[in-house]
Write a protein that binds this ligand. Structure first.
Ligand SMILES: *Cc1c(COP(=O)(O)O)cnc(C)c1O
Length: 472
């Protein structure tokens, strides 16, 4: 592609994205195409000859767009949000334009140093313990996802607990890990990948607020120790995926310390809220953590993918994941004075992701990011008051931040039907969870463009739809 062609289509595409953002509400939130509908419109084989860019764009519009679920719609309330924003999109474009691969400090010093600096900025902005700073024993690194973060934490814990001997011994069969029954599925996936085995992951019971029971954890650990097993890893969650429950790190933490167990804290969604002083209590007990992560790509206006992962001892991570083959050796690495982030993650190669954090933080300022969070928390409190005050509905879990779990006071089948009907309308998108076998609807208010009128409209829709369903 010649540069004049790139320029012309580039301008056109930016216009197209801006128009898309302006008209997000015109699209049905969820794509309702059938499985196979997209592929059936694509040629079975790749083209032998060059095609015009106009033809590609036109197929994008006609074939791809109907198969898009509009995550950036202000009426998207499903799962957890995946914020984008202008400065973040532009930084992503710039990163693609540079096309750098930042596996080593040497392969683009700015990519590494900006990342280290952004992760240090966020320590102060979120009130994280200062031992996570690059200027102390710890450090932060951008992972693609919270799933990769927990895997890196788990592997480091595995190595530490085998006194860095696992290269000689193979995987230890007697290691046991713990997390709550409401922890994210990525913990179990990491356990399987790390060769620990799902049977050696204990899913600890939760209390009436769906938070891990510290007494049940202590009991499980003691029992395993008595049976000659080695408890080595606990993952606590600040803001679980089902209900944003908050595990009691203030009691789990000291216990892990006492038994020399690695404590990873997963605050994928909720961590972002700590940018506001009034929500900093979320991070009160983080000084017990060996590692911690949160996702700016969920609720902090930064495009997927961007998970900020911190470790207390960066040597734990680099001893576990460090490699130095001949073809990557260089004098900068040899000095020991630079970070080579390939040693802080699973893959070798890495994107220049800190650029989007830098753009976002500077464009909005911490104050702008705080009001983004505050608006959503306030709207969530309002929404939960409406639910609570209505005789037909009930809240199913506490709502400390921006997720409301609720149900209609009838059976599971009715609630499932309610969700399906709401989503089929195209006017909104919600997801669900199960709490003690009871089907609960989840409304997460955290979209980049979600404002009061969207939440009001959602509440009207929910009331109207449930009334219609009741009379049919
Ligand atoms: C969303 C979420 C994850 C997984 O996030 P990815 O970054 O997509 O891997 C992990 N833990 C919790 C608590 C989450 O809410």
């Amino acid at each position: 592609m010649k540069s004049d062609q790139f320029r012309r289509y580039g301008h056109q595409l930016i216009d197209q994205i801006a128009d898309y953002i302006d008209h997000l509400e015109d699209y049905p939130v969820q794509s309702h195409i059938k499985p196979g509908d997209i592929r059936s419109q694509l040629p079975p084989q790749a083209p032998e000859h060059s095609e015009s860019f106009d033809a590609i764009l036109s197929d994008f519009e006609n074939i791809i767009m109907p198969g898009i679920t509009h995550w950036q719609s202000p009426n998207f309330f499903g799962y957890f949000p995946a914020n984008h924003s202008g400065p973040s999109i532009l930084a992503e474009l710039l990163s693609a334009g540079l096309g750098v691969q930042g596996m080593l400090w040497l392969t683009s010093p700015a990519a590494t140093e900006l990342e280290t600096h952004m992760l240090d900025w966020l320590i102060d902005a979120l009130g994280l313990p200062s031992f996570f700073k690059s200027t102390e024993s710890g450090g932060g690194v951008i992972q693609d996802s919270a799933s990769s973060a927990v895997l890196c934490a788990l592997l480091s814990a595995r190595e530490r607990s085998s006194q860095w001997q696992s290269n000689h011994l193979g995987i230890q069969q007697h290691l046991v890990a713990y997390t709550s029954a409401h922890a994210h599925s990525s913990v179990e996936k990491a356990i399987r990948i790390a060769g620990i085995g799902s049977d050696n992951l204990r899913l600890i019971a939760v209390d009436e607020n769906h938070a891990m029971r510290a007494d049940a954890l202590a009991h499980a650990i003691k029992t395993d120790q008595q049976n000659g097993l080695l408890p080595f890893f606990v993952c606590a969650t600040i803001g679980t995926t089902s209900t944003t429950a908050i595990d009691p790190v203030n009691t789990i933490g000291p216990f892990c310390k006492q038994h020399d167990i690695w404590l990873h804290i997963d605050a994928a969604l909720a961590g972002s809220a700590a940018i506001c002083p009034e929500f900093r209590w979320l991070h009160n007990d983080l000084h017990y953590a060996d590692s911690y992560c949160f996702n700016p790509h969920k609720w902090l206006l930064t495009n997927f993918d961007c998970d900020c992962f911190y470790v207390k001892q960066r040597s734990n991570l680099t001893q576990t994941l460090g490699v130095n083959p001949e073809y990557l050796k260089n004098t900068a690495t040899d000095t020991g004075k630079v970070f080579d982030y390939r040693d802080w993650q699973i893959p070798l190669g890495r994107r220049f992701r800190s650029l989007k954090l830098w753009f976002v933080i500077r464009f909005y300022g911490l104050e702008g990011l705080r009001s983004h969070i505050r608006n959503h928390v306030e709207l969530s409190q309002q929404f939960s008051e409406w639910i609570d005050a209505h005789p037909d509905f009930e809240l199913m879990a506490p709502n400390p931040l921006n997720l409301i779990c609720f149900r209609h006071r009838s059976d599971n089948i009715f609630n499932q039907k309610l969700l399906e009907t709401l989503n089929a309308s195209g006017e909104c998108f919600l997801t669900h969870t199960q709490l003690n076998k009871i089907y609960a609807l989840r409304v997460c208010i955290g979209g980049t463009y979600t404002r009061k009128q969207h939440v009001q409209k959602l509440w009207q829709l929910i009331q109207k739809t449930s009334q219609t369903l009741q009379t049919t």
